[in-house]
Design a binder for this molecule. Structure first.
Ligand code: 6PG
Length: 246
């Protein structure tokens, strides 16, 4: 996967002088971020602009903060200029104000006006057991947001209120990659790949012209996969593969 990041990054830098990427939180991508942190291409990092796909409405040092996880696994370990990292501000004001502020940051950076969508080079996503992705949960109003680039999502104390990129932004990206790990994800993944989970947020991720890829570990592979499901959109980032390389 690190090679894939490098390729997509090179593509962005060659095309427009910079690589824009949206990164997700959750446990699944941690190993990937740790490996990616070993990529010591100073010149590439200098041209990489990293945005957060979503954030919990907690302070940056909270154990549930996505920014904190990313700082510990990636940002704090790579030679990236601080101004190339675009966290979602959660320090002050209301959840709505935070979402609007993040939208303004995006519009300013990508130089888009109201009604236009930024085109990220890459967006990395995870999938929850309930089919949520980013902070877009089943049944949430944020799923039908079409005008705004970001949305405020009210949840509960455990999951925390959140700010998320909306579907139009995700579906406008040039590359979208889902990371899926663990056997608890196999049932939901099966629905998504078979196309019978259309109301699930992760199924609504359908890049208009971009590429969509699922990177899945062996345990999350639904047993029906060998019957030919979604093969060309599918890569198994399995322990097996890692073993073979060593
Ligand atoms: C977050 C994510 C969220 C995550 C899924 C999967 O900030 O938590 O953006 O959408 O990707 O919940 O989480 P796990 O990787 O922990 O299973």
């Amino acid at each position: 996967m690190v090679e894939q990041w490098e390729d997509i990054s090179r593509e962005g830098i060659d095309k427009r002088g910079c690589f824009t990427v949206g990164v997700s939180g959750g446990r699944t991508p941690i190993i990937f971020y740790q490996k990616l942190a070993e990529w010591d291409s100073k010149s590439s990092w200098a041209k990489t602009q990293v945005f957060l796909v979503d954030e919990r409405f907690v302070s940056r040092d909270d154990k549930d903060s996505n920014y904190r996880m990313l700082k510990e696994t990636l940002f704090g370990k790579i030679p990236i200029p601080e101004e190339n990292i675009h966290p979602i501000s959660t320090g002050k004001g209301s959840l709505d104000a935070s979402a609007r502020e993040y939208e303004k940051d995006l519009m300013r950076f990508f130089k888009v006006s109201k009604g236009q969508c930024p085109a990220f080079g890459l967006i990395l996503l995870g999938i929850g057991e309930d089919g949520h992705t980013a902070s877009l949960f089943p049944g949430s109003r944020a799923l039908s947001e079409r005008r705004h680039l970001t949305a405020a999502v009210v949840l509960d104390e455990v999951r925390h209120d959140r700010i998320t990129l909306t579907l139009p932004v995700i579906n406008h990206a040039e590359h979208v990659i889902f990371f899926v790990r663990g056997k608890n994800k196999a049932p939901v993944l099966k629905k998504i790949l078979a196309g019978d989970g259309r109301s699930l947020p992760a199924s609504m991720v359908q890049p208009r012209t971009g590429n969509l890829l699922f990177v899945i570990d062996q345990e999350a592979v639904p047993s029906s996969l060998d019957k030919g499901l979604a093969t060309e959109r599918f890569a198994i980032d399995a322990k097996e593969t890692e073993k073979k390389r060593r």
